[in-house]
Design a binder for this molecule. Structure first.
Ligand code: 0O2
Length: 216
């Protein structure tokens, strides 16, 4: 059963939030295990850190309003996809796609939708890879597929998004044009930095491999 179909206890805020908190735990553990497996096999750590949060009631109500919906538990479960959110911060852009592929292959997760704001950045300059997944939560008498939004990005993308979010919040979405323009310019600097770091990493790996070859 999907969380939207939950009839019994739909009026109970606690039941719904319990499901979202449980889904966050499931997905976070899954990501930790994937990272550990990757370290074991490749001797390399693609995830710098993972943050997770359940959206605050104020933020849920704001989002419903923005979407033009009444604030009810039924509507929030149906229309707000990021009540449970996990942010995976990777070292390099290539790690993002590697992680996304690994997540997509997990049999017990269903990928509902994918938004690639790296290949197609938002007007604001925002870059990140979003996956909306559902994870089954096994209760005593039923299984509820619960939505979790996974945002995957580099440290540089996360740095920009966190500061932009703070700045934009102060203007409640109505920032003067010159601020938006400067923020877009910063996003472009951040992208250049990401590309340069990836290039450096590849050059280092190549140089190391060559040194090893010469030793043999
Ligand atoms: P908050 O306060 O971070 O929770 P959908 O969820 O698919 O129905 P939505 O919300 O447009 O529709 O989805 P999208 O585009 O995937 O955005 C979801 C989240 O991505 C946002 O949640 C932000 O966290 C982040 N995000 C999207 N665009 C931007 C941006 O331009 N700048 C920054 N800093 N973050 C962004 P919320 O609920 O909007 O905000």
């Amino acid at each position: 059963m999907d969380i939207e179909e939950l009839k019994e206890g739909i009026d109970s805020w606690e039941t719904v939030m319990f499901l979202y908190r449980s889904a966050l735990r499931e997905v976070s553990t899954k990501l930790d295990i994937l990272n550990d497996e990757f370290i074991q096999i490749n001797n390399y750590n693609p995830i710098e850190y993972i943050k997770s949060r359940v959206k605050t009631p104020e933020s849920i109500v704001k989002k419903l309003k923005r979407q033009g919906h009444e604030d009810s538990i039924e509507n929030m479960v149906k229309y707000v996809n990021d009540i449970a959110g996990v942010r995976v911060v990777c070292s390099f852009t290539s790690d993002i796609y590697r992680m996304a592929e690994m997540i997509g292959k997990q049999n017990d997760l269903t990928v509902v939708s994918v938004k690639d704001y790296i290949k197609h950045p938002k007007e604001s300059g925002y870059k990140s890879f979003h996956m909306l997944v559902t994870v089954p939560i096994f209760l005593g008498d039923q299984v509820v597929n619960t939505k979790v939004e996974i945002q995957i990005r580099t440290i540089a993308m996360d740095f920009w998004a966190s500061l932009e979010h703070k700045i934009y919040y102060k203007f409640e979405g109505n920032a003067p044009e010159y601020i938006s323009r400067d923020l877009r310019a910063c996003a472009s600097i951040v992208s250049d930095l990401d590309a340069k770091m990836l290039q450096l990493n590849e050059a280092i790996l190549e140089a190391k491999a060559q040194q090893e070859e010469e030793k043999e």
